[in-house]
Ligand binder design. Structure first.
Ligand SMILES: [Zn+2]
Length: 332
């Protein structure tokens, strides 16, 4: 029986975090892929998606998945300058290698640069490359051709599209085009973060268009404080939990590990009146279908054997014995 210590404790067993930031990264991090995934598994999470502003996380996720059993691990690609901006070739490779989400530009978005005074960093962390920001609309207000090409790839692979740090106007245009091109899964990344900081009518409009707001703990955390938990609870009540997601968006040193951040965020919203049923929907059910976990192939159960083979167990010299001298052997 679960101990509740005098009040309802929101249960994280089976939860899924769609957005966290492990090391390696150009920003300082609290833990690396292995540490974050192991902690999430030990907290009972059933799946986690690794995000990095500076490179694809698909191969990182693949490798950690081979090492840490008991949790599903996925990656994706953020279309910042580090991967060639809105680069269909990078997107296609990431998707064919198993990417679950394609994220529009974050710290390199034109809107991010406009609001933060430049690309590459935040108010609370610095470390990226400064340069011109990326906009997805041309001067006439149309989506650029390379953006449409990326959307077509995301649709073909039934992947998730994340809106990230685009401007509110860009997000509306992108979500409309994404739906027209057949993308079923559009996630509106941290709507109340400093970017995009959507107002409620725009958020409602985007939800009507088919977008799913993804509220992150980082947005309400002590170091960032871009919105209050009450504002998040109000938005959930407005658009409905069936359309919303809760994520950690952590990995920063000043925030808890993703599994704990997701628990704190969920518990806080529960104490603000969000029902436990709705918390379950926003931390498990919606993510489960976005990741197609119901139809995901079982992982091969050969992790110990693979590890043993990789470590060369069985062919190691006995402790204390001298390794063979290749020179002596070669010279007979
Ligand atoms: Zn993030």
């Amino acid at each position: 029986m679960k101990r509740e210590f005098g009040g309802r404790l929101v249960d994280m067993v089976g939860a899924i975090d769609l957005h966290c930031h492990p090391y390696p990264d150009l920003f300082p991090r609290l833990a690396d892929d292995l540490g974050i995934v192991t902690a999430a598994r030990d907290a009972g999470l059933q799946a986690i998606v690794l995000k990095c502003h500076h490179e694809s996380t698909v191969s990182r996720a693949y490798l950690v998945q081979r090492i840490v059993p008991g949790i599903r691990v996925f990656g994706g690609i953020v279309l910042n300058s580090y991967v060639g901006s809105i680069n269909p070739a990078a997107v296609e490779a990431a998707l064919r290698l198993g990417a679950k989400e394609v994220w529009m530009p974050t710290v390199d978005a034109g809107y991010h640069a406009q609001v933060h005074g430049g690309t590459g960093g935040y108010d609370a962390q610095q470390g990226g490359r400064s340069g011109e920001g990326i906009w997805v609309l041309d001067k006439a207000g149309q989506l650029k051709p390379e953006v449409c090409e990326v959307l077509e790839l995301v649709a073909q692979h039934h992947a998730i599209l994340g809106t990230c740090h685009l401007s509110p106007r860009e997000i509306v245009a992108l979500v409309k085009a994404a739906r027209t091109l057949g993308i079923e899964k559009v996630v509106v990344t941290h709507p109340f973060f400093k970017v995009p900081n959507l107002d409620l009518p725009t958020l409602e409009e985007i939800v009507r268009l088919g977008g799913m707001p993804e509220f992150g703990y980082c947005t309400v955390s002590p170091a960032w404080q871009y919105a209050s938990p009450d504002k998040v609870a109000q938005a959930i009540a407005l658009v409905g939990a069936s359309r919303c997601l809760l994520v950690s968006d952590t990995g920063q040193r000043h925030n808890p590990l993703p599994s704990e951040a997701l628990r704190i965020f969920s518990q806080t919203l529960f104490e603000r009146g969000v029902s436990e049923e709705d918390i379950q929907t926003m931390t498990r059910r919606n993510q489960y279908s976005l990741l197609d976990l119901g139809s995901a192939p079982e992982l091969p159960d050969d992790v110990p054997a693979t590890l043993a083979a990789a470590l060369g167990e069985g062919s190691r010299p006995a402790p204390g014995s001298r390794p063979p001298d290749p020179l002596a052997e070669a010279c007979g």
